[in-house]
Design a protein around this ligand. Structure first.
Ligand code: NAD
Length: 332
């Protein structure tokens, strides 16, 4: 028997929310998410079923996203959810924390703030899809949505193509200033347009809203466009016309989530596409799937958000904190 001694020096690394911004860059998030999607496509990494509960308290939705990556040995979960009353208390409505474990022993290794990481890993996911699926000559970026995530999305997208202009639409027009300000920071002109006009102008479209019905119609999207649908992460949400998925080559982070809680849930339910029509973005990254087949093809990425993304960026932050000597470690 080798029972742990009372002087066992196992340490847990703590990276508080307030320290993440100084440690993690969009580039680091991009690299972590791209590698994770690739590992998911080979089967080396897999996500466990998502738990998301309406807990009947504070109108909150609470749950867990979790998984294991046999390549990087990232193992753990993101615990979090949505508390609509938080804003009135000066807090962010979405709250999350990542907990990492040692894959060899099961012991907890890290506790990491998950709010900024969620925005960075979600923006990295659509940016990965743009890198691998958008036409290289894409010039106009269309943004549908102007909430918290939208600025992160725009910045990450603009690192992937030489966009010359951003056009935007939002259900609440008063929020469009966020898109305008972000585009200005990036040195790009911004134009607020109708959704029809957005479809007519855009080479790449990102949808990042909490809509529960299709906003962007298939007929408005021109051939050759790449669309990253990032807002639909729950049953019942919808951002684009289900017909658009029938017209497009459809890719996703994880097929099981895409057909159940992602944008594809509606096209699947209506029988417009089959599960077998949806490819994993990781297969394109690995070279197992050719990706875009022509300049005219419409490609659509259904970014549902997987736990492994959270684990990958949290593990990266822990590495950075330790390497820079700023990690807080406590015996546990
Ligand atoms: P937010 O609350 O800051 O912004 C909400 C956005 O949705 C705004 O643009 C708002 O105008 C729009 N909206 C609200 N009601 C609408 C309606 N009825 N019709 C159309 N648009 C409407 O939220 P956020 O943090 O920017 O997140 C946006 C969405 O992205 C949410 O649905 C969130 O759950 C989702 N999300 C997905 C992932 C993922 O990995 N896929 C990760 C984080 C967030």
């Amino acid at each position: 028997m080798n029972a742990p001694s009372p002087t066992d020096t196992h340490k847990v690394t703590i990276v508080p929310e307030a320290e993440i911004a100084a440690l993690m860059t969009p580039e680091d998030a991009f690299g972590a998410v791209e590698a994770t999607f690739a590992a998911m496509a080979t089967g080396a990494a897999y996500n466990f079923p998502v738990i998301r509960e309406d807990i009947g308290h504070a109108e909150a939705l609470y749950g867990f996203k979790s998984g294991f990556d046999r390549e990087s040995l990232a193992m753990g979960l993101k615990s979090g959810g949505y508390w609509p009353g938080n804003e009135a208390r000066g807090l962010t409505n979405h709250q999350s924390t990542v907990i990492l474990f040692d894959a060899d022993t099961g012991r907890v290794t890290a506790l990491v703030g998950g709010n900024l990481l969620t925005a960075l890993r979600t923006a990295a996911a659509s940016a990965v899809s743009i890198k691998h699926l958008a036409r290289p000559d894409a010039k106009v970026l269309g943004m549908v949505g102007a909430g918290h995530q939208s600025a992160f999305q725009m910045r990450a997208a603009c690192a992937q193509r030489d966009f010359e202009k951003v056009v935007g639409w939002n259900y609440h027009p008063e929020m469009l200033t966020r898109l305008e300000d972000t585009a200005r920071d990036l040195g790009l002109p911004f134009e607020a347009v109708s959704l029809e006009e957005l479809g007519a102008q855009s080479d790449v479209i990102i949808t990042i809203t909490s809509s529960h019905q299709a906003q962007l119609m298939s007929d408005w999207v021109k051939p050759g466009t790449h669309i990253a649908c990032m807002g639909t992460d729950t049953k019942g949400k919808q951002e684009v016309d289900a017909q658009l998925l029938a017209r497009a080559a459809v890719f996703t982070d994880e097929v099981a989530q895409s057909v159940s809680i992602g944008e594809a849930q509606h096209a699947i339910a209506q029988g417009l596409i089959a599960e077998s029509d949806i490819a994993q973005i990781g297969a394109v990254i690995n070279g197992a799937h050719p990706g875009r087949s022509s300049a005219e093809e419409i490609t659509l990425f259904d970014g549902t958000g997987v736990g492994l993304q959270d684990l990958a960026v949290a593990a990266k932050v822990v590495d950075l904190a330790v390497a820079r000597g700023v990690a807080t470690q406590v015996a546990f």
